[in-house]
Design a protein around this ligand. Structure first.
Ligand code: FRU
Length: 468
């Protein structure tokens, strides 16, 4: 197994121990950021799920809070308190979540006892939304009487709406729209969107509708990737017309959730799955990390944009600039001052004159272990080559790749966050790829850059060591 304590991220949020999956109930309440998450306190594996809880004043330092929601042996959530969202019910902090009970997935509601959001009282009316018209044709599987879970709630003109993740038998994943006057009794409207099972699977988890000035984004998690559709949401018909589609991330980022903070930013967190085997997770004693918060926006032409919150800059310590550095075809340059396993790397190149180049991270002096972020500008792709990331065979060493677009002026910019076993890559603030790597050697801390087939000249190349 591969279970080195040095794989534990330094500045990404991880559970105090044991298992983490989806972010839940995200909110800035009373000025504080609250991160709830799918948590199994019994071990580093997915089993009886609770809601873990952490708070932060700045999105950078997090404090663990006691478990917020527990499964209830007698209740509609006896086998798990699954994913859900925060609802501001006229000042009463409220969450909607999915209860697991037998072969049922049951919508449930709970209200916080006070503004600390530490303790919650479940609604006596639980479970909610028990009947859905038969002709909807909800997907049934061997394990579940109906695939029907995860919640995204919003309000329009005093009326509540929510979408719940589901699937329509023979068709594909679906985000089913419901309406309510009181958050307790819900009436089915229609699918806000359905997919083709060949493209985005038979079941959609964690659907979320995000609304911006220039349009809306609906994203869904299809067991492997997070697909998004950008388009128009019509408030009079409650219909969503998708115009473009893509992937929110090309790596291990899954089941993301977002919220609008007091500064009006739409902040998104996603679960970064492990990419090492179960025995390694068991030996490590923890599993799963939260992505960095991403500020999401939509341009006028329907392109999704990511920015990293300014708060993250407070993590920066030593800074090294290599602006103007040039590498010849076939050459590589070791950036000897910047060794480390917690780094931020930001670079720009002029795409017009650039072929293939790469940034190598977590590299041993002899090159036995190394992770290569390879950028093929002509092919417009970024690949994270993990074939030598780890000597261990308990890890997934498959390459991960994403297509990239260039800025209008032909600049390619890359922004990398390395955090021990986590690597998040952003290209031109528009594409993202979060991945996991598990180097085994203590000296896997080197950084180098190389050029393959053309001179590569870095207009800017900044590297910061990042704090914990
Ligand atoms: C997504 C998911 C959700 C579910 C939760 C259970 O990762 O499967 O659909 O609510 O995790 O932990």
């Amino acid at each position: 197994t591969v279970a080195d304590p040095n794989h534990r991220p330094a500045y990404h949020f991880t559970p105090p121990a044991n298992w983490l999956n989806d972010p839940n109930g995200l909110v800035q309440w009373d000025g504080r950021y609250h991160l709830f998450y799918q948590y199994n306190p019994a071990g580093p594996f997915h089993d009886t799920i609770h809601w873990g809880h952490a708070v932060s004043d700045d999105l950078v330092s997090w404090t663990d809070e006691p478990i917020a929601l527990f499964p209830d042996q007698e209740g509609p959530d006896e086998t798990g308190v699954w994913s859900g969202c925060f609802v501001d019910d006229d000042g009463t902090p409220t969450v909607m979540y999915t209860g697991g009970a037998g072969k049922d997935q049951l919508p449930c509601l709970a209200r916080a006892d006070d503004d600390s959001l530490r303790e919650w009282t479940k609604a006596p009316e639980n479970p909610l939304v028990q009947s859905i018209p038969d002709d909807v044709g909800i997907l049934q599987t061997a394990d579940w009487d109906r695939e029907f879970r995860d919640h995204c709630v919003w309000r329009e003109d005093g009326t509540w709406y929510q979408i719940i993740g589901s699937g329509i038998d023979g068709e594909g994943g679906a985000a089913l729209l419901f309406e309510s006057e009181d958050l307790l009794e819900w009436e089915y409207r229609h699918p806000l969107l359905t997919g083709d099972w060949r493209a985005t699977g038979p079941m959609w988890e964690c659907p979320e509708l995000l609304r911006f000035e220039d349009g809306a984004i609906l994203h869904v998690s299809d067991y492997s990737k997070v697909a998004y559709f950008a388009g128009e949401y019509d408030e009079s018909t409650h219909r969503f017309e998708p115009e473009t589609e893509g992937l929110l991330d090309h790596g291990v980022f899954y089941a993301p959730q977002s919220f609008v903070d007091d500064d009006g930013r739409t902040l998104m967190f996603g679960w970064l799955k492990e990419d090492r085997d179960g025995a390694s997770q068991w030996d490590a004693g923890w599993s799963g990390a939260m992505s960095l918060p991403r500020v999401v926006s939509l341009t006028e032409d329907g392109t999704l944009q990511y920015a990293l919150p300014d708060e993250l800059q407070t993590l920066r310590t030593d800074h090294h600039s290599f602006a103007g550095l040039s590498v010849s075809p076939g050459d590589s340059t070791t950036l000897s001052d910047v060794e480390g396993d917690a780094l931020e790397v930001k670079l720009t190149v002029d795409a017009a004159n650039t072929g293939e180049f790469g940034v190598v991270l977590r590299e041993t002096p002899d090159g036995e272990e190394r992770t290569v972020v390879r950028c093929n500008v002509r092919r417009r792709s970024v690949v994270v080559d993990r074939s030598q990331s780890s000597k261990s065979d308990a890890v997934n060493d498959g390459a991960q790749s994403m297509p990239i677009t260039l800025d209008e002026d032909g600049t390619l910019s890359l922004h990398l966050y390395l955090d021990r076993s986590v690597l998040e890559v952003f290209a031109n603030d528009a594409q993202a790829l979060a991945t996991r790597i598990y180097p085994t050697r203590a000296d896997s801390t080197g950084v180098s850059v190389y050029a393959t087939d053309t001179d590569v000249s870095f207009e800017t190349l900044d590297i910061w060591h990042l704090d914990s």
